[in-house]
Design a binder for this molecule. Structure first.
Ligand code: SAM
Ligand code: CA
Length: 244
């Protein structure tokens, strides 16, 4: 639709509604038809244990867990990193996808929550793939960037932690992921708040992080070092494939 003589980009509805996020009922349909029936028993157990935890809002959704698991197999990932573990749902979906000698460097400032999921991860027989480090991710990433042996060493990195640091992480991770490897930034649709009017009632933390997510999305779209794809899975995940 042209308003001031200039051609405006078409709204997606005008070229056919292609978003899957049309209704809760459709989402529930996906979960019940394609996700829950194929969810490994250990992931189901961890999902149910996590649901009882007061911060359960933070967990990765089952459809996103399924997506990560398949993606890791598709790219034959072996050496991976996760920033933001919580009780370990995405970590377990990663660990199950990796080969026996696969590795996950798992970073979180909170070990207590990781220990909620750990017995289930151990029972699933994949704990040996995980190297959990308690503490803020940024200083550890700095140490790794200073050591060339880590450069280009990761096949996949999943970032699901403090959104105000994502761009700081990106500056470092771009050196640590291998060329052809993938970084996944989670929650890049940030509850739909990115397109909410300025006066919309938003929860305090949603409002606080919104500008950081907006800035991240712009920066990733402008970063020629990566090919990107922002997927409406879970709360939005942007995949970045390092080109050079
Ligand atoms: N991927 C997890 C899952 O599947 O359940 C969810 C992660 S949760 C959304 C975010 C996590 O990031 C929390 O466990 C929090 O402790 C951790 N976190 C926050 N700031 C961090 C930091 N600076 N470094 C490392 N982890 C951090
Ligand atoms: Ca997340």
């Amino acid at each position: 639709m042209a308003t001031n003589g200039e051609a405006q980009p078409a709204k997606h509805q005008e070229v056919g509604h292609k978003s899957l996020l049309q209704s809760d009922a459709l989402y529930q349909y996906i979960l019940e038809t394609s996700v829950y029936p194929r969810e490994p028993e250990s992931m189901k157990e961890l999902r149910e244990v996590t649901a009882k935890h007061p911060w359960n809002l933070m967990t990765t959704s089952a459809d996103e867990g399924q997506f990560l698991n398949l993606l890791l197999k598709l790219i034959n990932a072996k050496n991976t990193m996760e920033i933001g573990v919580y009780t370990g749902y995405s970590l377990l979906s990663t660990a199950l996808a990796l080969p026996e000698d696969g590795k996950i460097l798992a970073l979180d400032i909170n070990r207590e929550n990781y220990e909620i999921g750990l017995p289930i991860i151990e029972k699933a027989g994949v704990a040996h793939k995980i190297d959990f480090r308690e503490g803020p991710a940024l200083p550890l990433l700095d140490q790794m960037v200073d050591d060339v042996k880590f450069h280009g060493s990761f096949d996949f990195i999943f970032v699901d932690a403090d959104k105000d640091n994502y761009l700081n992480y990106h500056k470092r991770l771009i050196d640590l992921v291998k060329i052809g490897g993938v970084i996944g930034y989670d929650n890049t649709l940030w509850n739909g708040s990115l397109v909410a009017p300025a006066d919309a009632p938003l929860r305090k933390y949603v409002r606080y992080y919104r500008d950081f997510v907006l800035e991240l999305n712009k920066a990733l779209a402008a970063d020629s070092r990566v090919e990107i794809c922002q997927l409406p899975v879970g709360d939005g995940i942007t995949l970045c494939r390092r080109i050079y």
